[in-house]
Design a binder for this molecule. Structure first.
Ligand SMILES: *[C@@H]1O[C@H](CO)[C@@H](O)[C@H](O)[C@H]1NC(C)=O
Length: 162
């Protein structure tokens, strides 16, 4: 019996199989971190000189796993898994804020906040992603778009499951 228990403990500490039963803490070690990020748009109003510009959410609140890059606005997936991605876009008076959510070159979703001041739109995706996939919001083809910064528009995502 003792031998069985010892074997079980060795297996648990080396393979994480029994982590949920005896909590050996293997989720917090090595590459088993659970990536999560949240960032807010600061520049306001957020105007565009490029019709296909990637939106940057400059103020980073959370960046577990260091996947989000505030200099480019891109979340580079640190680890394979199921992820919940969220974005909220706000408009300013008289202009649309229109941007799509992308994974690499594939569109995941459309975001659009209308022309009245402080309209907002939430975009979400629950998707299986691969390490190094690039998740970002891209302005939808016009330099006349304008978004509401000043902590209104935001971008977040988190690892849900392997
Ligand atoms: C996305 O691009 C990266 C390289 O930039 C690549 O490693 C990854 O496999 C691509 N993902 C998909 C789903 O094509």
């Amino acid at each position: 019996m003792l031998k069985v228990i010892l074997t079980y403990l060795i297996l648990a500490t080396t393979s994480c199989i029994a982590d949920q039963i005896i909590n050996v803490g293997c989720e917090s070690t090595g590459n088993k971190i659970r990536p999560a990020f949240h960032a807010s748009m600061i520049r306001h109003p957020y105007t565009f000189s490029d019709p296909n510009e990637i939106l940057r959410f400059e103020r980073v609140w959370t960046n577990i796993g260091e996947g989000y890059h505030s200099d480019t606005g891109v979340f580079v997936v640190p680890r394979d898994g199921l992820y919940q991605i969220m974005g909220t876009l706000w408009s300013t008076g008289g202009k649309n804020c229109a941007a799509s959510l992308f994974n690499n070159d594939s569109r995941l979703n459309y975001g659009h906040a209308g022309t009245e001041n402080a309209q907002s739109n939430t975009v979400h995706a629950l998707v299986i992603l691969k390490k190094n996939d690039r998740i970002y919001f891209k302005n939808r083809g016009s330099t006349s778009h304008q978004c509401h910064g000043n902590y209104h528009s935001e971008f977040s995502g988190w690892f849900v499951h392997e």
